[in-house]
Design a protein around this ligand. Structure first.
Ligand SMILES: Cc1ncc(COP(=O)(O)O)c(C=O)c1O
Length: 280
């Protein structure tokens, strides 16, 4: 893995960094496909929203893009770029130094495998016991405090289970530990609204736009466990793994259906999709 800190090859940051001390910062995980950052504008838009939510200045876009280009020129053409933007040096306790300084930590790792079977047949998903508690001010953004997902992901070590779904204290489903959830019911596409908690994914935005372009009704709404179990189709998505149908949720089995297939086809490569992949 290649890592740069503030534009220089380095893989350590000062102990006083506010990202380490307080989780004071944001991150993005960007897929690099044939050397190009996919959905870059959506990642920047979420970073900007995150800065506003954390009362930080505008993100240093030009420096981030220079880092991105420099790192991508050195790494594999298919890669995952992780961008961590912290509020820099310590200040006094929780009070930030004024004006805050940024620290940019970028790392580039090879892209994961995308096994055909996960895209064609689907993945196994479980329910997590860990709940996602509301914090509307931080809902949707990708800040550095991710203990809800860390705790949820620690609930299983069965490699056959690819994802876990997290609910809020009212029993509404928020999403996966690392992905957003979509339910297909009666020809409409439904996804949790994420006004109280959760991460509003860049792939979620792409999927909603693709569905709307196909004339599919799309609604953000509260989804219960029963809504999921009674779904015609279910899938999860994120920027690195694209759209993967759920073939098993707890004890219930599902078949990947036509809406999921059409959206996989529309979002297209680099992930396996009907008509795009060998043997599919
Ligand atoms: C909790 C959670 N929800 C959703 C997502 C999907 O976001 P994106 O589509 O930008 O990868 C992620 C990504 O890591 C996540 O951690």
């Amino acid at each position: 893995m290649l890592t740069w800190v503030d534009g220089h090859p380095q893989d350590a940051v000062p102990v006083a960094d506010r990202g380490l001390q307080y989780g004071d910062g944001l991150f993005e995980t960007v897929l690099i496909d044939r050397g190009q950052a996919l959905a870059w504008d959506l990642h920047l838009a979420r970073l900007r929203r995150g800065c506003r939510a954390l009362r930080l200045p505008e993100p240093p876009i030009a420096a981030l893009e220079a880092d991105r280009d420099g790192l991508c020129a050195l790494g594999p053409a298919q890669a995952v770029l992780k961008i961590i933007l912290t509020a820099g040096g310590a200040g006094r306790g929780y009070a930030r130094p004024q004006p805050p300084t940024w620290r940019r930590i970028l790392s580039l790792a090879p892209a994961p495998e995308w096994p055909l079977a996960e895209y064609r047949d689907g993945i196994r998903v479980r329910w997590c016991r860990q709940l996602w508690f509301p914090d509307p001010a931080l809902a949707g953004i990708k800040h550095l405090n991710r203990l809800t997902q860390v705790r949820a992901r620690a609930e299983w070590d069965d490699p056959q289970i690819a994802e876990g779904l997290i609910r809020d204290a009212d029993g509404s489903v928020v999403g996966g530990t690392m992905s957003n959830l979509f339910v297909v019911r009666d020809g409409a596409l439904l996804t949790p609204g994420l006004r109280h908690c959760g991460v509003a994914g860049t792939m979620r935005a792409r999927v909603m736009a693709a569905a709307a372009a196909q004339g599919l009704p799309v609604r953000e709404t509260a989804l219960s466990v029963m809504d999921c179990l009674q779904a015609d189709e279910l899938f999860v998505c994120n920027a690195v793994r694209g759209i993967r149908p759920i073939r098993q949720l707890g004890a219930r089995s599902f078949a990947a259906g036509p809406v999921t297939r059409a959206l996989q086809r529309e979002i297209g490569p680099p992930w396996p999709a009907p008509g795009h992949g060998a043997g599919w």
